[in-house]
Design a protein around this ligand. Structure first.
Ligand code: ZN
Length: 306
């Protein structure tokens, strides 16, 4: 099916969504798409983003031209105004029905990757990736209510780790079953260039989307609810990148970039739809595996010829 058909399908699902919820989303009138991975092509969460090469550019890849700096306490800057020689961002989201997982890939070039916080808890003193997910698709004013189950989960990362610390989950980060390395959260990273200088960091994250995370630790797993992903499902998300180029100190943010214009921190209001299987992706996966087979065959022939 063509992309027009995909757009049409999601458009109608989306229209139904508007009719039944009053929650606002930003940017207004826009919807982003999670590419659907087939069961035989699930990305390995290891910081090697090469499996994502098969994902078509449109409508999946989120680059600087889509990103805005919405936080008046740091910097407000319009969409697309980011200088790519200072910070260059690229995000893709995927999903798989059988695994019932969302997959995030982020590639962030930074002229100075700065990680030197003295207090390991203060990830916001360093360069960080903060992926916000509100699977229950409610308004931002309903996402951070202290005594209610958590409905927006912040998956925040600052690498390389300092004293082993790199994972910052909010608003609840102390459940053993809800940590990196579990079924619910799996994170991987790598980098090219200078670890603490000009470099590109690669991030991968897989999650089971949380509808509501119980505040009662003793029964937190049984008491929590998870979203069953299907084609056309719409959730809220934003991939946020904080840029800190100055070494040391506090509150040295140069900028903070994301998609949700009304949610500078710890909430999300950007619509993300689970796309149907994209024939361009399937074709690209086929080409990629053919290329691998041809290389193997070439090696085999070379071996036989000796
Ligand atoms: Zn929305």
């Amino acid at each position: 099916m063509s992309k027009k058909v995909i757009a049409g399908l999601v458009c109608c699902v989306f229209a139904l969504g508007i009719a039944t919820t009053a929650s606002a989303h930003t940017p207004e009138g826009e919807i982003f798409f999670a590419v659907q991975f087939p069961d035989n092509y699930i990305p390995q969460i290891d910081g090697d983003i090469s499996e994502w090469d098969v994902v078509p550019e449109t409508p999946y890849r989120i680059r600087n031209d889509r990103l805005v700096a919405p936080d008046p306490s740091i910097l407000t800057a319009p969409r697309g105004s980011q200088d790519p020689s200072d910070l260059n961002m690229h995000h893709v989201v995927g999903w798989n029905e059988s695994q019932n997982k969302l997959y995030f890939m982020s590639e962030v070039f930074d002229n100075i990757h700065n990680v030197d916080r003295e207090d390991v808890a203060r990830f916001w003193d360093d360069d960080a990736l903060e992926i916000e997910v509100n699977a229950s698709h409610v308004g931002v004013d309903e996402q951070r209510i202290a005594d209610q189950p958590a409905v927006n989960i912040s998956y925040k990362w600052s690498v390389p780790p300092i004293e082993g610390q790199y994972q910052y989950l909010e608003p609840i980060g102390n459940y053993t079953w809800f940590q990196d390395g579990t079924d619910y959260i799996n994170f991987g990273w790598s980098f090219e260039g200078e670890m603490f200088g000009e470099s590109t960091y690669f991030y991968e994250l897989a999650i089971i989307p949380v509808l509501s995370l119980s505040r009662d630790e003793a029964t937190s797993l049984e008491g929590s609810e998870f979203l069953d992903l299907e084609e056309g499902t719409i959730i809220h998300f934003t991939p946020n990148v904080g840029d800190i180029d100055e070494p040391g100190g506090e509150d040295n943010y140069q900028s903070f970039w994301g998609l949700s214009t009304d949610a500078p921190c710890c909430k999300s209001s950007t619509d993300l739809a689970m796309a149907e299987m994209d024939p361009l992706l399937i074709e690209a996966i086929g080409d990629a595996s053919t290329a691998v087979e041809e290389v193997s065959w070439g090696r085999l022939k070379a071996g036989l010829g000796k």
